[in-house]
Design a protein around this ligand. Structure first.
Ligand SMILES: *Cc1c(COP(=O)(O)O)cnc(C)c1O
Length: 427
């Protein structure tokens, strides 16, 4: 067997892969498990990214591997819209019972997060007979045409790709570090924009991430989400929680909405759902989901049987290993160590997040001026030293930590030591 090195593959890539598809590392993965990635040259990285909050149960989790193997030998695809199979139904049952809300629910399965968000908007418009969709500053919902319209940040997501879908309106977000408002005040500010610029009776849905992901791990002030959800319910609009990044134990509960007892009408999920296989879902109130005519929802691959088998095994693993508790424990370690770093480095303006979804925002010391240059430099030093970290944020000045929920204490500790050293040499 001829084994290529990362630099050989990278040279081929330039001539084969479209430039618009970027990568954080120029090393090519050979294998990954638990909290460690190994490239084709044998170099290792401690994984603080989990493939962007996807491998919550760890990479190649044993139960997922076994379930996929078993399914792939029975059948690989039939299309649920043509000849259905049980695992699709079983995933929907799991979603209906795990998501917040004691009412009757239904689910539909898709391939990607963006596709789930698009379908949530389709369903909300159909069920309410209204068109306007409210989204928020710093929000991220995907890269398709409709979800680009819902996403806030221009570069790299939207620049040059317009025109965007109409009837999408952006309201101000609660961003405690930068606005100093309480949740109630920030909600009143957003609701004022909605009522004066859109009109309550035109709103089909409010679509919001309970904790923003790509936008900078922005945790809204307590009370913000409940106030928006109760405004929606009082005004005939649907409250849609985009839990694609926050879902599946990531924040220490099955879903982040649970933290403030917010009960969304619809929830979108993807990323952590299937241990790395592509799967996404919309789950919500039966009367809303079932409003759509037969045949109105679907897609060739949506709820692929291999992805469904992986999802059932992932959910079982999350239950068995109590990965929600693991996320809370990881969050405790991260927060404590990062708070110590914040005392040491004045560039760390805030440590925030919940569970195993924690970030630090870097600014020029003593100000709120974002420092994306320092953030990028620290990131590069971490990568060179064997820690895979990701940045995020509207200004690119937020470091986010999203380890697999099965990461060992030792890996977590070594990763944080690398981060400390990277800050020491750069800050
Ligand atoms: C990643 C993400 C999406 C888009 O998911 P894809 O699978 O990349 O299409 C949508 N919403 C949120 C909150 C996300 O984090």
């Amino acid at each position: 067997m001829i084994v290529s090195t990362s630099s050989e593959i990278h040279a081929r890539r330039t001539g084969a892969v479209a430039r618009g598809v970027g990568s954080v590392l120029s090393s090519y993965v050979d294998r990954a498990s638990g909290g460690t990635l190994t490239d084709v040259d044998g170099r290792e990285w401690i994984d603080f990214a989990a493939g962007i909050a996807v491998t919550n149960v760890g990479n190649s989790a044993p139960a997922v591997v076994a379930a996929v193997r078993e399914q792939v030998e029975r059948f690989t695809h039939t299309c649920f819209m043509v000849t259905p199979y049980e695992s699709y139904v079983a995933v929907c049952e799991q979603l209906n019972s795990l998501t917040p809300g004691g009412f009757e629910k239904r689910s539909a399965l898709f391939n990607s997060g963006a596709e789930a968000v698009e379908n949530a908007v389709k369903i909300a418009r159909y069920a309410t007979g209204r068109q306007a969709v409210i989204v928020f500053e710093h929000g991220y919902h995907g890269r398709t045409n409709l979800t680009m319209a819902l996403t806030a940040k221009n570069m790299p997501y939207k620049h040059g790709f317009g025109p965007f879908a109409p009837e999408v309106y952006r309201a101000p977000m609660s961003y405690p570090l930068r606005d100093g408002l309480t949740g109630e005040q920030a909600a009143a500010r957003a609701i004022d924009v909605i009522t004066t610029q859109v009109g309550a009776q035109n709103v089909a849905a409010i679509v919001i991430e309970p904790i923003q992901g790509e936008g900078g791990f922005v945790v809204p002030a307590p009370g913000f989400l409940p106030a928006l959800a109760s405004w929606a319910s009082a005004n005939g609009a649907l409250f849609v929680a985009d839990e694609i990044q926050t879902g599946f134990c990531r924040t220490g509960d099955w879903f982040a909405s649970e933290h403030e007892q917010v009960v969304p009408d619809l929830i979108t999920t993807a990323k952590g759902i299937a241990g790395g296989l592509p799967l996404a879902a919309v789950t919500g109130r039966a009367e809303v989901m079932d409003a759509v005519h037969v045949g109105g929802l679907g897609g060739t691959y949506g709820g692929n049987p291999i992805a469904c088998a992986a999802a059932l095994a992932s959910i079982e693993t999350m239950r068995e290993l109590d990965l929600a508790a693991a996320a809370r424990r990881i969050g405790g370690v991260l927060t404590e160590r990062l708070t110590t770093l914040a005392d040491k480095y004045p560039q760390i303006a805030q440590v925030r997040g919940r569970g195993a979804m924690i970030a630090i925002e870097l600014t020029k010391p003593g100000t709120l001026d974002p420092d994306p240059i320092l953030t990028g430099a620290v990131n590069k030093v971490c990568h060179a030293a064997g820690l895979l970290t990701l940045t995020c944020g509207t200004w690119g000045n937020v470091f986010r930590f999203l380890p697999p929920l099965v990461i060992s204490d030792d890996e977590l500790d070594r990763g944080l030591t690398i981060l400390d050293q990277a800050l020491a040499t750069t800050a």
